[in-house]
Design a protein around this ligand. Structure first.
Ligand code: GLU
Length: 440
């Protein structure tokens, strides 16, 4: 086992959707490819919005997708550790109290913007005297805390974006603790990544500026800086990430019959220079992972494309992909899969082959002759051509006139899998009765 370790760090404030599935997937694939570990970290510091039901649902979706984890952690269980680190950073002057109200900050922001300046916090709090502070405290103001960035440039080699560089002077010192004492995401995330030995962080490009500040946090903790990969965010068909797309739930896709591995295959290659191809297990998908093949442009995610890919995926799926989920055996699966849109559609063909149906008789005499000519069992895929050749000779029918009445009588459907594979599945007794026009 290598020392590679990645994490997926969802906030349990919603269900698993296409966007966070993609983040989880890339992390999982990287761990698998490099022989590392995959950690699930529950970012539940926002106690108002975090819900147990969302956490349960995230876990259930991850398991269904096959993105299982080697270890897990929960941020609310680590508050004492965060407090300890913050005490040290306060003593070192890297974390400082601020007393501006939200309104005051907003006024400052507007003033800077109106002068054409970037709205960067002016560090007024660092100039407060002891009297100022005790006056604020008496007024009942509670401080929030910021992390002090050191001047200089912050640089990293991003596994997707290449060389990245930010000037600390162009960034605001991030708020890390709110007035009510609760933690914002930034610092706890870094403390966790450092303590758990996370080596690679793959996440959405909406975190790029956080990364710049977080690199200085790793340095302040004396921890090695992990490698970063920022994935371009998905966009909807209409251009920008729509609310609906952001919330397109894994549970809904699952309920609609979209296969877990179809979702993984699709998301792993979307926005890369590679074609989207079906992969039937995560390990072989992991072997193909190459972050340098991801483009910088935001890939378009189209639900209809995923659905049509899923159909292709199901039709090519080996029996191992459905074993244990369907009642039928491999022979049956291989016979009908090319006619399915989703796996559940197999029920229609199970019904046609095994349950009673009322045949549709187009040409009663012809069907009666066909019934008489049925060869004795055992049957295989050669049976159909032997039988229909005999029938053709006897009746003179050919082409559609030969085959269509047989399909209607045997399946009561206009279309479907090849009759040569269906016939042995239906069996002689049912076939004979149906050709005679009897429900069977
Ligand atoms: N909980 C954070 C989020 O969901 C994690 C971000 C990260 O991966 O660092 O955005």
């Amino acid at each position: 086992m290598s020392n590679i370790k990645v994490r997926f760090a969802p906030s349990p404030t919603g269900h698993m959707h296409i966007g966070n599935t993609r983040t989880a997937l890339f992390n999982w694939l990287l761990a698998r490819k490099l022989g590392g570990r995959f950690m699930l970290r529950i970012d539940d510091t926002d106690t108002l919005r975090s819900k147990k039901e969302y956490e349960d649902s995230l876990r259930e979706s991850l398991i269904w997708l096959g993105l299982t984890w080697d270890e897990e952690a929960r941020q609310t269980a680590r508050m004492a550790r965060y407090d300890e680190v913050v005490a040290r950073l306060k003593a070192e002057g890297r974390v400082y109290p601020c007393y501006e109200t939200a309104e005051e900050l907003e006024v400052m922001r507007k003033r800077l913007l109106s002068k054409g300046l970037p709205p960067i916090y002016d560090r007024g709090a660092l100039k407060l005297t002891a009297e100022d502070i005790s006056r604020y405290e008496k007024e009942g103001r509670r401080p929030h805390y910021r992390f002090k960035l050191l001047p200089g440039s912050i640089e990293w080699e991003d596994m997707v974006r290449g060389h990245c560089r930010y000037e600390a002077a162009n960034l605001a010192d991030p708020v890390i603790i709110r007035e009510d004492g609760s933690y914002l995401y930034h610092l706890p995330s870094v403390i966790d990544d450092a303590d758990f030995g996370i080596t690679h962080i793959i996440r959405g490009e909406d975190h790029v500026t956080n990364t710049a500040a977080q690199i200085q946090m790793f340095e302040a903790l004396g921890a090695p800086v992990p490698r970063f990969a920022h994935l371009p965010l998905l966009t909807g068909k209409e251009g920008k990430l729509s609310k609906r797309l952001g919330s397109l739930g894994v549970r809904e896709l699952r309920a609609e019959g979209i296969e877990a591995m179809a979702i993984c295959s699709f998301l792993a290659k979307l926005g890369t220079s590679e074609a989207i191809e079906p992969f039937y297990d995560l390990t072989s998908l992991a072997a193909t992972l190459d972050l340098s093949k991801l483009g910088r442009a935001q890939p378009k995610f189209d639900e209809a494309e995923l659905k049509s890919f899923n159909t292709r995926f199901v039709r090519d799926m080996p029996y191992t992909g459905v074993k244990g989920r369907i009642n039928s055996d491999e022979r049956f699966w291989n016979a009908v899969r090319h006619n399915l849109a989703v796996v559940a559609d197999i029920a229609e063909w199970e019904n046609i082959c095994h349950n009673r149906l009322t045949p549709r008789i187009e040409n009663a005499d012809f069907c009666k002759t066909a019934a008489e000519l049925l060869p004795p069992e055992p049957w295989d895929e050669q049976t159909f051509s032997a039988w229909t050749n005999a029938l053709k000779q006897q009746t003179g029918q050919k082409g559609r006139d030969l085959f269509h009445p047989l399909r209607l009588a045997l399946t009561a459907a206009e279309n479907g899998p090849e009759l040569k594979v269906l016939l042995p599945l239906i069996g002689r007794e049912k076939a004979r009765l149906r050709l005679m026009g009897q429900p069977a």
